[in-house]
Ligand binder design. Sequence first.
Ligand SMILES: *Cc1c(COP(=O)(O)O)cnc(C)c1O
Length: 404
Amino acid sequence: MNPAANDFIAREARFGTYNYEPIGVVLSRGQGVWVWDTQGNRYLDCLSAYSAVNQGHCHPKILAAMVEQAGRLTLTSRAFHNDQLAPFYEEIAELTGSHKVLPMNSGAEAVESAIKSVRKWGYEVKGVPDGQAEIIVCADNFHGRTLGIVGFSTDPVARDHFGPFAPGFKIIPFGDARALEQAITPNTVAFLVEPIQGEAGVIIPPSGYFAKVRELCTAHEVMLILDEIQTGLGRTGKLLAEQHDGIEADVTLLGKALSGGFYPVSAVLSNNEVLGTLKPGQHGSTFGGNPLACAVARAALRVLVEEGMIENAALQGARFFDGLRSIRANTIREVRGRGLMLAVELHPEAGGARRYCQALQGRGILAKDTHGHTIRIAPPLVITGDQVNWALEQIRTTLTQDFS
Ligand SMILES: *Cc1c(COP(=O)(O)O)cnc(C)c1O
């Protein structure tokens, strides 16, 4: 590590809350799939800010939209209308086939907003007795960091010593439709689930799971909330991951790449029945739906579609997956993935994913370890075939390396 980077890292540690443990690199510039550190070293970004920069770093068209809008009007609050909100609603509704949109900022806020909305729907439409609404969630979920959300996390690191927590959540295993069926009661208002569990290490449910989930939710009048904050917007090779299963959620949550990484923008997408229960004053956000956010999100959605990034994610994702599968290294336990949402799980004897991520850094690739033994690989969706081949070469060399 160079002295300049050490200096930034030491200064961060002095005043900053120690709630992250980053890889030891200090970045100062990004373009497309590449980022540069303060010393000018270039890296292929294989995290994409947890899939917030699907469109690639500093996409010129999103940048132009942001700069243009920032010089015109940034924030009005929702006390007044603004001329970016209506076109944002129209464009995202048309793209995703939704009827109602609720704009928020962070992903966690979108999750919280969905929880509020489906509870209200449960009381006012389904007829659940007040205060009795139940929401079913999955073990090993990741839906964000607010109190409401960590209250139904099963990760002790995320949850311990933050209670007391809100009641009304039931936890079942992921990928188990029978468990869902058994957990549903007349008071169940929603099932909140990720199409692929990203933070848990890119866990893909058995095929047929979501078709069965859809069937059960419809049969029992339970709103299916798909948290597509990470899987959505092209990451898995489709606009929404639900398309792989041929189903439609009742409520879809988007965030992260909705702004291409320029700005926090999230949204709850639903039908009239659920979001229609919210009336003036019952929910809101000072920044939600602001003109700068809307202009940025409109550009971020436009380039995703117009520049063929979703198709490219499918194409390069398959190439990357096949390449990872072909690596013969006794460190590798399993390769998982869909589109450009990939993970390499290492054998416990390999000594942890962290040191492989550090070794990859030395070869010009930034990737993040998760849950000790898994390396997550999720480059921007603009990656080319040559860049995938180059990345595979570095990964192959690193994973066949002997550390002992
Ligand atoms: C990142 C993420 C969130 C939370 O988004 P924030 O913007 O960090 O609040 C929620 N759900 C999923 C699946 C995520 O990956």
